[in-house]
Structures are given as structure tokens and as C-alpha cells.
Design a protein around this ligand. Structure first.
Ligand code: ADP
Ligand code: MG
Length: 375
């Protein structure tokens, strides 16, 4: 037998009943556990035959056990009806309740420097004295472990009043969670959509983020399911869209802006960041080469009527700093450190304007078949 009952029950504590926010173990919903080699069988006891969550809880049990114990595990869950005392259920508390501002960093295309901007922005915000977290929501291509020199880091779980929390890892004063802490970055790519989404939802609901002024979300590129999961689970204060200046990237950035501005979603766009805006060789510091075209994102910002927050050049130092796990914003006297400091100041300013002028962003309630695309 590969797993004992205790380990299985412990893992199942991660599965929460959405109605109460309590784990199915705490609610006494798991009975008659049988474990054989690569098979786990148990009964899931629901309070009524019409528990709307029964089906998704069965799925969640399967996936959680396969994710944490063994991908090839056979999980057999039978549902059984039993009546609970109503008192066991109470309204779930709001996710990320202690976080004042949730800022998404998004892009139409991959490879435009979204993670670079997210990491450096988080660091530059923390340097202003703000309490900051960075949630790597790019579950298909996580880059936080590498950018923060944490490739072998493993977050630990903690318990409080029967709830299991995932403790973010703290580095450079930033609280960090990434799927990359749990699986190798290249393996994240082969995850099934639902598993990845589940893990992300857990980082949001069970991450012990505490009190923060800002949480930065490094979102996956494009306009897909993960974006929908995010806007459905949390009220995002605003988003920063990153684009490079060339036409193909701008077309996708435009789609990104429209998605967030769409009536049903309605997440304020704080502004655009033009990354790789120009290239300056180290030996010719006064020359600017507009290799991807000039001011593309600046013009897009003007036509879409959103602020241009920064134009960050293509600089070898930014790439090297990121790849070596010490983002350039840590060097406050480096010209690019200063560029990210200025970006942070702009983001703070736009967040303050946004919080003065608009009501808090609501979570998006949608029918399950709705899509997040702008078509
Ligand atoms: N302004 C920049 N100058 C130089 N290299 C950059 C810059 N922005 C990003 N990069 C590099 O480009 C690559 C892609 O950036 P990344 O932030 O991972 O993009 P994304 O998250 O959009 O896929 C990385 O190797 C990164 O170091
Ligand atoms: Mg990235």
C-alpha cells in the first residue's frame, strides 16, 4: 500500500465544500475509506440528494488525490445521502479578504515581458514600503520560481481553526505563490485545464496572504479560461496590459483591453506598458533603435483612451537579472531599476484614481457556458 489512510484524509482536507468553505473532512463527509495498491475508494456523504456541489466535489476529490499523491491513481467515490445539522454550514468568507488592491498584469501575446513587468513591478511597489504579494497565475508557463531564484522552494501548509493554509514563500519582501513551486515548469504545460484551474483557485482561497496593500497577478497570455476563473473568484481592482510595439502584439493587446472592459467583466484597465520599446546598445548609450517600430503601444493607449504607464527598453541587463533570479528593480540606482520605480509610482497613482472614481470591482457572475472572449 503506497498511502495510509491518514495521508489520504489529510490530502482530502484540501477539498472544500463551496457552500460552507469548510473541508469535506471537517464536515464529516468522507466514510468507509478503502485503500488498495493504486486504488482509493470511499463514500462521499452529502446532506441532501440535491446537493448541487456533489458532482464537482467528487471531481475535486479525484483530482486532488491524483495531483498530490499519484497522477495514475484510480479514485472511486460513491455518493451517499445523510442529513447534516444546518448549523454546520455558514457562508464562505471572501477570498483575499486582507488584500487592498489586486492588480492583474496581462498581455495579449506570450513572450512580451509580462512576467518581467509583474516581478519588477511587485519589487518596486514593495520598495515604496507597501506590503506586496505576487501570485503567478500563469499556470501554463510559471516564471516566478526562476525570477526569484526559488526553483527548489516548496511552500508548507499550516493549520488554523481546522483550516489548512498554503504559506506563500517570502523573498525580497514579497509573498509568492506559483504552480512552479509544486511541479516543474515544463510539466505545468501538460496539465489538464481543470487541474490547473483548481490549483489556482486554491492559491486564492487557501493561500495565507494575510494583510497586503497589493497583490500582483501574473496572468497567462491571451483571453481564456483562467481569466474567467480569476474574474469569477476575485474582484480584480485593475489590470496593467503589457505589449511590445509591433503590430501583431498590439492587435492582441487591444483584444486584452477590450476583454477587461467588456460590460460583463468590467475590470478597469489601469494602463498599458510598452515593453521592448527600443534598443540601446551598451556601447552607444545615446542611440535608440526602434527595432519593433516606434511608439506602437503609446498610440494604442491613446486610441483606447487608457494611460501609457511606461516605455521600457530592450536591455540585456533586464533579461540577465530576471534569468539569474534577481530582478533589475532590486538595483534601485540602475537606470532600469529607476524605470520600474517610475512604473510603480504610476500604478499607485492610477490605482488611487480608480479607487476614488469607481466602486470596488465585483466578481463576475456568469452562466457556466459564458466565454471570456471578445468575439
Ligand atoms: N525589456 C526587456 N529587455 C530585455 N529582455 C527582456 C525585457 N522584457 C522581457 N525580457 C526577456 O524576454 C523573455 C520573455 O519575457 P517574460 O517576462 O518571460 O515574458 P512573458 O511573461 O510575457 O511570456 C525573458 O527572457 C525576459 O528576460
Ligand atoms: Mg510569463
Amino acid at each position: 500500500m503506497k498511502f495510509n489512510t491518514e495521508k489520504v484524509l489529510d490530502t482530502l482536507k484540501l477539498v472544500k465544500h463551496p457552500e460552507s468553505g469548510k473541508s469535506i473532512i471537517e464536515l464529516g463527509m468522507v466514510e468507509d475509506m478503502e485503500i488498495n495498491d493504486n486504488q482509493i475508494k470511499f463514500k462521499l456523504v452529502t446532506k441532501s440528494s440535491k446537493d448541487p456541489f456533489a458532482k464537482s466535489l467528487v471531481k475535486a476529490c479525484e483530482r486532488t488525490l491524483q495531483f498530490y499523491l499519484d497522477e495514475k491513481l484510480e479514485v472511486i467515490v460513491e455518493t451517499k445521502v445523510k442529513h447534516f445539522e444546518a448549523a454546520a454550514f455558514k457562508a464562505p468568507s471572501r477570498p483575499l479578504a486582507g488584500v487592498k488592491n489586486i492588480i492583474g498584469v496581462a498581455s495579449g501575446k506570450g513572450g512580451v515581458g509580462k512576467s518581467t513587468v509583474a516581478a519588477n513591478l511587485a519589487i518596486a511597489l514593495a520598495k515604496t514600503g507597501a506590503k506586496v504579494g505576487l501570485l503567478d497565475a500563469d499556470i501554463w508557463g510559471p516564471s516566478v520560481p526562476q525570477m526569484f531564484d526559488l526553483v527548489n522552494a516548496k511552500p508548507v501548509a499550516s493549520q488554523e481553526n481546522g483550516k489548512t493554509w498554503i504559506e506563500p514563500i517570502e523573498k525580497y519582501g514579497i509573498k509568492l505563490l506559483s504552480i512552479g513551486f509544486f511541479v516543474e515548469a515544463d510539466k505545468a504545460l501538460i496539465w489538464r485545464g481543470s487541474m490547473a484551474t483548481n490549483a489556482l483557485t486554491q492559491f486564492i482561497n487557501d493561500g495565507n496572504w494575510g494583510k497586503l496593500d497589493y497583490i500582483i497577478l501574473d496572468m497567462p497570455p491571451g483571453t481564456g479560461d483562467i481569466h474567467l476563473t480569476l474574474v469569477q473568484n476575485i474582484g480584480i481592482t485593475g489590470v496593467v496590459i503589457v505589449s511590445t510595439p509591433q503590430e501583431v502584439a498590439l492587435a492582441d493587446a487591444r483584444k486584452g483591453v477590450s476583454m477587461f472592459q467588456q460590460k460583463d467583466i468590467n475590470v478597469p484597465v489601469l494602463g498599458l506598458v510598452e515593453n521592448m520599446a527600443y534598443f540601446t546598445p551598451a556601447e552607444l548609450p545615446n542611440n535608440k533603435y526602434y527595432i519593433f517600430g516606434k511608439d506602437g503601444a503609446k498610440r494604442l493607449a491613446e486610441t483606447m483612451n487608457v494611460p501609457l504607464l511606461a516605455q521600457i527598453p530592450l536591455v540585456q541587463g533586464i533579461m540577465e537579472a530576471g534569468e539569474s533570479g534577481k530582478p533589475i528593480a532590486l538595483q534601485t540606482d540602475h537606470p532600469m531599476g529607476i524605470a520600474f520605480k517610475n512604473l510603480a509610482a504610476k500604478v499607485i497613482e492610477q490605482t488611487e484614481i480608480r479607487n476614488r472614481e469607481f466602486a470596488p470591482t465585483k466578481k463576475v457572475e456568469m452562466n457556466p457556458n459564458a466565454s471570456c472572449s471578445t468575439k
